[in-house]
Design a protein around this ligand. Sequence first.
Ligand SMILES: [Zn+2]
Length: 307
Amino acid sequence: MNARRLASVSVDLDEIPNYFEIHGLGEPAGRAASLVYDLALGRLLSLADAGRFPLTLFTIGRDVARQEARDGLRGAASAGHEIANHSLDHRYDLVRLGRDEIARQIEEAARLIEEATGQRPVGFRAPGYTITDEVFEILEDLGIAYDASVFPCPAYFAAKTAAIGAIAVRGRKSRSIVDTPKVLLAPTRPYRIGTPYWKRGTGLLEIPVQVTRGLRLPFIGTSVTLAGPSRARLLAKMCIGEPLVNLELHGIDVLDAEDGLEALRPHQPDVRVAHARKLESILAVVEELRTAGYTFVTMQQAAAELS
Ligand SMILES: [Zn+2]
């Protein structure tokens, strides 16, 4: 076990229609539908340059059908960023699709991403952080090196469960599904999964989504960008001491309403924050961690060192 303090920044490249789906809003119009690849990806790559850290980009397989997306990802891969697997269609109900279809969702995404970028993805993150023992068995069969889906965060769990309920009350149907509360028993540091997956064992390496020490607050793009730079630094400080700090962002974390996301403004407070301020918050966190002695690596590199 290496004693180096490691940090990573990953980004789930969920395209805008996924957010419309979460809020039960139908299809986005015009250029909004592809803002993550057409605008956010470039901002993220500039941010990574400015902050001198590599990105791990969790990519939805079906999105690489667009030439612009393929070009963007190929450029990112050749600049040293990791391209990882975020399933073929980002089905929020992935875990309910049955073994053959789950395997196809993972395998087909890997194939398309490799075809587009020349990199075979070795890491996986499930849509909506929802995972099961069955999905883990499939990941092991497919030779995936690490999973990064478990989110043992009481605040997030409560918020997600409440949001799905609230959307149902308003008569729309969210595509998100409620997870088992057992996930809250999972370790908060990287671990080898057992059976069930929230127990330690000798299976696949799990790199949980980051929570702070103590209160287990979510240390993710939404919380960091809503906090603003100085409170984001405090959140980062609450993670210092962990062997690996992995900040999970989404493409939308570097976009704002004025980029063409007005329709999401009433539903997502993060969309109301100007993107320049969001970038500032993310850089503040990176700086805080680096000052505390953290070295930034891709999740693949972190997984290799942790193994
Ligand atoms: Zn996602």
